[in-house]
Design a protein around this ligand. Structure first.
Ligand code: CU
Length: 82
């Protein structure tokens, strides 16, 4: 499992969620998702598992909602399975 910590100057993230996107297929996807989600306020850590097509992230729900996270993914072309 690869993990990368996104530094946003704060360390208040408290909620963890795992999302699944069938559109994840390679390291390009991994990098695109990590940088797009890492740019959101309140997102502390993003790790993409290419084999499982999953995204695990830690975020602060006071700063960003799951809705905003999914919208950001949608904007770069990754749909989330519900
Ligand atoms: Cu890809």
């Amino acid at each position: 499992m690869m993990e990368r910590t996104q530094s946003n100057g704060m360390n208040t993230a408290s909620t963890s969620v795992t999302l699944v996107s069938p559109d994840i297929s390679c390291e390009h996807c991994q990098r695109a998702i990590e940088s797009a989600l890492g740019a959101l306020p309140g997102v502390a850590q993003v790790s993409v598992d290419i084999a499982n097509k999953s995204i695990q992230l830690f975020y602060d729900p006071a700063q960003v909602s799951l809705e905003q996270i999914e919208k950001q993914l949608d904007e770069i072309g990754y749909s989330i399975v519900h």
